[in-house]
Design a protein around this ligand. Structure first.
Ligand code: C5P
Length: 294
């Protein structure tokens, strides 16, 4: 029987980037937050010797070994000494190349689904170890929720977060390359400090205080993303003019997240922002949410 997992997108509601390391990555601290935009990843057995096949509802997504889900299937098959004869289908609801971990969450979903399909009984920690080999934010995607990421983003610590937050998500027409955004940041900000998430932000999460959280949203990569895509500045302003409590570029962008007071306010901001003409697509989402095997 095929196995389907529903995998959420992520926002970084804070992202502090430190200096570049010897291995080319940047030391960072981030608050990952999984939100209710989903991809559904389905895995099923394929005939012996047929290898990996991927299909996807979005034609902008590569369906060969460039897809992180492909690498995830190879990696878990190798670790379990299983032949990777598997069909993977990705039903895309998450913006592509948008800084919302769409590719990473599909890879995490592939690990979770194949663990189930092949009855490997791997622990969450074991899946996260494999996930770290695929990308910095893939371990977070295994568990979802709200978590503190450190190291290059692959090390996780729990965060005390109460209740839900409501978001308006604005996509851009074309994506940004993550390495290019980090490179641009090094260029425009040569003297980086050690990354640290402010206590006021942690307190806003603990008390479910959207107003306080709105004031604390910050992403060091935002300035670099704006240099590469200047139109983002106008979109950020348009969301604030539409009444959002705060805004930031998610991850390396170009997707922007706006914080709303509640679900109803999120729809008001969505309508105003759509009408402004400064965003491509505008959606609402709430978080934190978790992956689920359907
Ligand atoms: O880990 P992942 O493959 O998602 O990273 C993609 C690219 O983003 C890296 O090759 C690197 O250029 C950049 N990156 C970074 N520092 C991090 C995470 C990612 O410089 N902590």
């Amino acid at each position: 029987m095929p196995v389907t997992v529903r995998m959420p997108a992520k926002l970084n509601i804070a992202l502090q980037v430190g200096p570049a390391r010897e291995d080319g990555y940047h030391e960072l601290q981030t608050i990952y937050h999984a939100v209710s935009l989903y991809d559904a990843v389905t895995v099923g057995d394929a005939p012996v010797g047929s290898g990996i096949t991927i299909t996807c509802t979005n034609e902008d997504v590569p369906v060969d070994s460039r897809n992180l889900a492909w690498k995830a299937a190879e990696l878990i098959a190798e670790s379990a000494d299983v032949q990777p004869d598997v069909k993977i289908h990705i039903d895309k609801g998450i913006p592509v190349a948008g800084g919302m971990a769409g590719g990473s969450t599909d890879a995490a979903g592939t690990l979770i689904a194949l663990n189930d399909l092949w009855q490997l009984d791997y622990s969450k920690e074991r899946l996260q170890e494999l996930a770290a080999q695929l990308g910095s934010d893939v371990p977070f995607c295994i568990g979802g929720g709200t978590q503190l990421g450190h190291g290059r983003g692959e090390l996780l610590s729990p965060v005390l977060a109460k209740g839900s937050f409501h978001w308006v998500i604005a996509t851009a027409q074309s994506g940004l390359s993550t390495p290019a955004v980090y490179e641009k940041l090094d260029e425009i900000r040569p003297d980086a400090e050690e990354p640290h998430i402010p206590e006021d932000l942690m307190a806003a999460l603990r008390t479910n205080d959207a107003r306080a959280l709105g004031l604390q949203l910050h992403n060091d990569l935002e300035a670099a993303a704006i240099v590469l895509k200047p139109s983002l500045k106008r979109t950020l302003e348009a969301g604030i003019e539409a009444g959002a409590l705060g805004a930031l570029v998610s991850g390396s962008g170009p997707t922007i997240a706006f914080l709303a007071r509640d679900a109803e306010h999120a729809v008001d901001v969505q309508i105003a922002l759509s009408g402004s003409g400064f965003a491509h697509e505008v959606m609402t989402a709430h978080g934190p949410v978790r992956p689920a095997v359907i």
